[in-house]
Design a binder for this molecule. Structure first.
Ligand code: CP
Length: 360
């Protein structure tokens, strides 16, 4: 078909379009964190299932290396040449699978990707444990997304190569939380320090249900790891069952100040960071929670406040915010590549190829 008129999007080069905010900021993290490769070498060969496995130093060094990668467009000596990733996604994904695969490619490795368990022996009743035994022969790292909380643990019993949890049912999504805190620390690098002056602490609003949402669960664990940086975290959801038994108490015991609310009334102008998420996994499908808790250009956001959104966007986040300075959700998705590069370099014992560190 010949169009009468050229489509307006074809009139200028792609690069001339507005880029996401936040990408110019990683240098702030490089300036305020002293490089310590030994901290990252401690992650070598570790399975990564829960955000609880990381301490403050791990997160600082991962963010620093991520910032280094983000400011180094092309690596002279990609550290994962010769390594193979098995990318096994038994549940839909856009950003997690593609950012993991992009990260691995950028590090010079090769990938085998499974996007549908029905194309594997699972369709014929093969156990996850047997699948894991086969993975040992074919790759160097497994990234797994599955609908069941138990799946990464079932695989772990048979695996002799590291596994990374890319979302296990409602349980956790630790590498999404890595992308989340990397975004927050790029925005305000001073929050990553041990001592944050009271007037500089950030106030965070999380629209979501920690009892039901894996991204929220893992993020809250990281926020509690840096509880000195956050004045208060307000969790907003219209349910009486916001937390699992003991979940809130465990976060508070780590120093996080938590408040709950059922609506956004009067709260939005008080937040420095608003994290919005409305998807909760239920079995092999999902449901939308709190869909009436919405943000758009007319929402009374504080000047300088940033919005983060970890998942597929629905009606809760209007596209009319995309070209405002509040939009850090695109930078969050972009940064996920670099923080995953940092994690993958660490667990494959290739830190010595990108830092001044001994060969493990
Ligand atoms: N963050 C996240 O889990 O998004 P995807 O479902 O697109 O991977």
């Amino acid at each position: 078909m010949v169009r009468k008129k050229l489509h307006p999007l074809l009139e200028k080069p792609i690069a001339a379009r507005q880029w996401t905010v936040g990408i110019e900021r990683p240098t702030g993290l490089l300036d305020c964190i002293t490089e310590d490769p030994e901290v990252l070498m401690d992650l070598a060969n570790r399975p990564i299932i829960s955000a609880q496995q990381f301490d403050r130093d791990h997160l600082r060094q991962l963010c620093r290396l991520a910032a280094l990668y983000e400011t180094t467009p092309a690596l002279m000596h990609p550290p994962l040449v010769g390594k193979i990733l098995i990318s096994a996604f038994y549940e839909p994904s856009t950003r997690t699978r593609l950012s993991f695969e992009s990260a691995w490619h950028r590090l010079g490795g090769d990938i085998m990707s499974i996007t549908d368990p029905a194309t594997t022996g699972i369709a014929k009743g093969e156990s996850l444990s047997d699948v894991a035994e086969m993975f040992n022969n074919y790759g160097d790292v497994v990234v797994l997304r599955d609908t069941s909380e138990e799946s990464p643990y079932q695989m772990l019993e048979a695996l002799r190569i590291p596994i990374i949890n890319a979302g296990n049912g409602v349980d956790e999504h630790p590498t999404q939380a890595l992308a989340d805190i990397y975004t927050i620390f790029k925005w305000r690098p001073e929050l990553i320090g041990d001592h944050v002056a009271p007037e500089h602490k950030a106030r965070i609003g999380i629209i979501g249900v920690p009892a039901r949402m894996r991204t929220v669960r893992s993020l809250l664990i990281f926020l509690s790891t840096f509880s000195q940086a956050f004045d208060e975290v307000v969790v907003i959801g219209d349910t009486d069952e916001m937390f699992l038994e003991g979940q809130r108490e465990a976060l508070e015991a780590r120093g996080l100040n938590i408040r709950t609310a059922r609506s956004l009334d009067g709260l939005l102008p008080t937040f420095d960071v608003i994290y919005i998420n409305s998807i909760a996994w239920v079995g092999d499908s999902y449901e939308k929670l709190g869909a009436h808790l919405r943000l758009d250009r007319d929402s009374p956001l504080k000047e300088g406040a940033i919005i983060m959104h970890p998942l597929a966007r629905g009606e809760e986040l209007s596209t009319d915010l995309d070209d405002t300075p509040h939009n850090w959700y695109f930078a969050q998705a972009r940064g996920a590549v670099f923080v995953r590069m940092a994690l993958l370099t660490s667990i494959t014992q290739r830190i010595h190829r990108v830092m001044d560190a001994p060969d493990a």
